[in-house]
Design a protein around this ligand. Structure first.
Ligand SMILES: N=c1c2ncn([C@@H]3O[C@H](COP(=O)(O)OP(=O)(O)OP(=O)(O)O)[C@@H](O)[C@H]3O)c2ncn1[C@@H]1O[C@H](COP(=O)(O)O)[C@@H](O)[C@H]1O
Length: 112
């Protein structure tokens, strides 16, 4: 899983320079800039929510999975555009692994 994300990170990074924007969707997003990328992230987040609500009713998860893939993909383009990548997110999830969300929230309150 992490291998696939790393391979995709490398492709997204390579699309930042020199790729033909007519041939590459990712190059066209990088070229259009952060606002366009964020617009797509927002759109895909909304579509994921709607698909999850539909899945709850129909019991069919396929659209929800496809929309979540779109959301992850566009989030990865956002990370790449700003010089981060999926491994930074995997690292952060690893740091949190095994730490209860409630414990983590409590430790934040103490720090603050
Ligand atoms: N995983 C993806 C991926 N997921 C979704 N998409 C594209 O995301 C686009 C936006 O989805 P939408 O549902 O919003 O479709 P749309 O209405 O046509 O989009 P807009 O015109 O509104 O921007 C579609 O064109 C999808 O094809 C992706 N495009 C590329 N990748 C990966 O990125 C790699 C590099 O892609 P290119 O840069 O295009 O070569 C590919 O090899 C894939 O591995």
């Amino acid at each position: 899983m992490s291998d696939l994300l790393q391979q995709l990170d490398a492709v997204l990074e390579s699309r930042k320079c020199g790729e033909d924007t007519d041939q590459s969707y990712v190059a066209s997003l990088h070229r259009k800039g952060l606002n366009k990328i964020l617009e797509k992230v927002g759109e895909e987040a909304t579509e994921t929510i709607l698909a999850a609500k539909d899945a709850q009713i129909s019991g069919d998860n396929r659209d929800m999975i496809a929309e979540t893939a779109d959301l992850w993909f566009h989030s990865m383009v956002m990370l790449s555009h700003l010089g981060a990548d999926s491994q930074d997110v995997v690292h952060e999830l690893g740091r949190r692994f095994g730490l209860s969300g409630l414990e983590e929230k409590a430790s934040r309150c103490k720090e603050g």
